[in-house]
Design a binder for this molecule. Structure first.
Ligand code: ATP
Ligand code: MG
Ligand code: MG
Length: 143
């Protein structure tokens, strides 16, 4: 079975379904470990040709939201009695997820099909698409 499971989490409906599945898998696999990765990026916007950062107060809101997202997962995992690692990483989500999986010799990635944004008709969002496309290990996409 899978012994090191990475859950990619963004707080979305699909990510919460993925969380349920990751918890089930971790529970039926004694000795397994669950690693939850939430990535965040400070948004930037174009002024003419140049990419500019947003005001610090707006950035703080983004950061606080990211921290809150990880706190929500931690609470859920605690209530399940699961000992998991929850990581908040700064950077592009797909890169952070794939990089973490490589560094920590993860053997399964669990991810939601869709996330918080995006175009409804697409089956996959850009993060799940990139992860499925580039991962060298099995990916469980939860709808
Ligand atoms: P898009 O982001 O391309 O506009 P979307 O938001 O609908 O579309 P994705 O972002 O690809 O879709 O989300 C699919 C899944 O990827 C989520 O359910 C979650 O598991 C994972 N994911 C998305 N964003 C992050 C993130 N910032 N950190 C960790 N995992 C993420
Ligand atoms: Mg998204
Ligand atoms: Mg996105």
């Amino acid at each position: 079975l899978f012994s090191k499971i990475l859950l990619a989490y963004d707080g979305s409906k699909a990510a919460n379904k993925a969380l349920d599945r990751a918890i089930e898998l971790a529970k039926v696999t004694p000795g397994s470990s669950l690693h939850v990765v939430h990535a965040f990026e400070f948004p930037r916007f174009f002024i003419g040709e140049a990419l500019a950062p947003l005001p610090a107060s707006v950035n703080k809101d983004y950061y606080d939201l990211a921290v809150q997202t990880t706190e929500d997962v931690k609470k859920r995992l605690d209530s399940e009695g699961l000992n998991a690692v929850v990581e908040l990483l700064q950077g592009s989500p797909a890169e952070m997820i794939l990089g973490y999986a490589k560094q920590h010799a993860v053997d399964l990635i669990v991810i939601g099909s869709r996330g918080l944004g995006g175009i409804r008709e697409f089956v996959l969002g850009s993060v799940s698409h990139n992860v499925v496309q580039s991962a060298k290990i099995p990916v469980l996409v939860v709808k």
